[in-house]
Design a protein around this ligand. Sequence first.
Ligand SMILES: [Zn+2]
Length: 181
Amino acid sequence: MKQATFIERDGILNRVRVERQHQVSPLTMEEFVVNEAIAPLLGKLKAAGLLLIATTHQPGLSRGYQSRRELDRMHDRLRQTLPLDDILVCPHDETDRCPCRRPQPGLLVEAGFKWHLDLDRSFVISDKWQDAEAGRMVGCTSLLLQSPWIGNVHHDFVLPDLDAIVDKVLRLRTKSGAVAA
Ligand SMILES: [Zn+2]
């Protein structure tokens, strides 16, 4: 079985605006600025044999203010710029009560089936507590970027920057690889 790193899109892979202490997802190509500085870091994870799966929650699809076509264009750019294996989207609103809106772990479970993942030996990188909670429910190790959104629920690590997060994943991966052997 494979190991993966799940990476929250907004705030990690692309920049977000912050309004009244809330992140505002970009809705158009013009607003969509990929965090290109993360490309070499993701390359290191990929070289270590980890699948890279972006996850994102875009309720604008369900609510009608995010166009699917525009989102596909943004994600095409994301794939062109960063070495991602997959991008999984929860398109729902909280009233849809779907199993994939974090902190529900539906996207991670779906990816687990699709990619034959060992979720116990996979990782979640985010700047939000909801992703750490989703990861906890399926056994992933969570690494949060220090931010105003990390909350008080369980997470495995909080680190000051993405370099430190990627170094940590690489060290943990080596350790779990040794256990598996
Ligand atoms: Zn959903």
